[in-house]
Design a protein around this ligand. Structure first.
Ligand code: UD1
Ligand code: CA
Length: 464
């Protein structure tokens, strides 16, 4: 078994993003750019992965740490060659092949990298570089080949002659290099170029000069090696990735009624025979079960949604758990740790926050339920409000099983309504109610006959 180490370059700020945030932390399909590259390389099962960090190193490590990844610091960003050299301290005892990739190429696939490494090994190459043809090679380094097709060197766009600039074969920034040669060659780099940087690309000419087996392997499909340097490139990549994710879920048995308007983050999973209507955003760590119906205009973030759930038109759901056969909406908002037991129903203009709701319980119209614990087979009438905040603290409302909460009820927390209670309409409940009781506010109802006509006559007299 040959050994493999991966170095991911992620120290740069990415000036062209014009951002306070390091480039590799910008998100594609909800996941930091670097995390995409990390996942693609982790699936190669390398012996080690080293991420070279610099700008916002702490944040990069926090977002992309774990999984046996080692971080190396590049204190000053003096070029890609200097960046790889920074990884030397953690790879000094490593013998084998080093795969070098950049942290800003999120569409890179494990399959492409595996083929690249395989070719490097079959050719017994000391250095392999992955290249591609681009119609617009713009700022990429150009691959310069001799008449016999053998690679000679890579020239950066800044340093290229007009003839070199016309070359359409570019350096993807992905290399596979034998460790011993790599670290020796890095010591010989000189920053003698237009940008005054230590160019990693210069090791190609070194390998050629030393007559070491060097290959440039051209990738037929250039899309996946695209790097992100600007916001515009980020948006373009997002489009490409969204198209891939939609295809993936449709192939897995999910209906997207208008695919172009459905946005799916990388970590989302969706069960078969789920039907998703237009303008739906599925964000973060969301899982959706089988046979669900999402009618459209839904924003769903970090939710676990069971099977056979029906989300009617226009719902916003965050950090919540929906049991099987639940129904939400239209126009409902669940947030901040709502847990719905199976077959619960949340209807029009209902907001639920940090509450658990039992099986078969319904809140179908105009309600606010916050910090509530509600049992099963309970009915929450229209206009029910949990007064959970006294201006200083949040308090709990507990409601048992088979409770009838009348319309226009205000529940002043902390308060407990035990099982089988009947709350009359328009009641303000300030005290705990024992099981099976009726609770109402004593009020007298008065009816004054002929009052409207008398009032109108009085007003008309004033005007005259
Ligand atoms: C580099 C290549 C170019 C290639 C292109 C592919 C060099 C000199 N040029 O150019 O041939 O076509 O990538 O995308 O290598 N980085 C560091 N530390 C540094 C400088 C860069 O960690 O000091 C990291 C960046 O964070 C980034 C990656 O290296 O992830 C590439 O750097 P970038 O400045 O984007 O290189 P390019 O100019 O695009
Ligand atoms: Ca780049």
């Amino acid at each position: 078994m040959e050994h493999l180490a991966v170095i991911i370059l992620a120290a740069g700020l990415g000036k062209r993003m014009r951002s306070q945030q390091a480039k590799v932390l910008h998100r594609l399909a909800g996941k930091p750019l670097l995390a995409h590259v990390l996942h693609a390389t982790q699936r190669l099962h390398p012996d080690r992965i080293v991420v070279v960090v610099g700008h916002q190193a702490d944040e990069v490590q926090r977002l992309c740490g774990g999984g046996g990844i080692v971080f190396a610091h590049q204190p000053q960003q003096r070029g890609t060659g200097d960046a790889v050299r920074a990884a030397r301290s953690v790879l000094h005892d490593f013998r084998g092949d080093v795969l070098i990739v950049c942290g800003d190429t999120p569409l890179l696939t494990t399959a492409t990298l595996a083929r690249f490494i395989q070719s490097h090994r079959q050719q017994r190459a000391t250095l392999s570089v992955l290249t591609a043809y681009l119609d617009d090679p713009s700022h990429y380094g150009r691959v310069i080949r001799a008449a016999d097709g053998q690679i000679q060197k890579i020239v950066e766009a800044h340093d290229a002659s007009p003839a070199e600039r016309a070359v359409r074969e570019i350096n993807t920034g992905i290399y596979c290099v034998q460790a011993e040669f790599l670290f020796a060659a890095l010591e010989r780099l000189q920053p003698l170029n237009a940008q005054g940087e230590y160019y990693l690309t210069d090791i190609v000419a070194q390998a050629v000069a030393a007559r070491l087996p060097t290959q440039a392997l051209r990738l037929a499909e250039a899309q996946e090696i695209g790097g992100i340097n600007t916001r515009e490139e980020l948006a373009r990549m997002e489009k490409i990735r969204q198209a891939q994710l939609r295809s993936r879920w449709m192939a897995a048995g999910v209906t997207l009624q208008d695919p172009d308007t459905v946005y799916i983050d990388e970590e989302v999973t969706i069960g078969p025979d789920t039907i998703i209507g237009p303008n739906t955003q599925l964000k973060g760590n969301t899982t959706i079960g089988a046979r669900c119906r999402i009618d459209g205009s839904a924003y769903i973030e970090n939710c676990r949604i069971g099977n056979d759930v029906h989300l009617r038109f226009a719902v916003v759901l965050t950090d919540s758990e929906l049991g099987d056969h639940t129904t939400i909406g239209p126009f409902a908002h669940l947030r901040d740790g709502v847990v719905l037991a199976p077959r619960a129903e949340i209807g029009n203009f209902v907001e639920v926050k940090h509450s658990s709701i039992g099986e078969h319980t319904k809140a179908k119209h105009l309600a606010y339920l916050g910090d509530a614990e509600i049992g099963r087979d309970t009915n929450i009438g229209a206009g029910t409000i949990t007064c959970n905040y006294d201006g200083f603290r949040k308090h709990k409302t507990k409601i048992g099983d088979r409770v009838q909460v009348g319309s226009d009820t205000t529940l002043v927390a902390p308060v407990t309504i035990h099982d089988d209670v009947y709350i009359a309409t328009a009641t303000t409940v300030r005290h705990d109610v024992p099981a099976g009781a009726l609770v109402f506010n004593a009020r007298t109802e008065e009816i004054r006959e002929g009052w409207t006509a008398a009032k109108r006559a009085k007003e008309a007299a004033k005007k005259a």
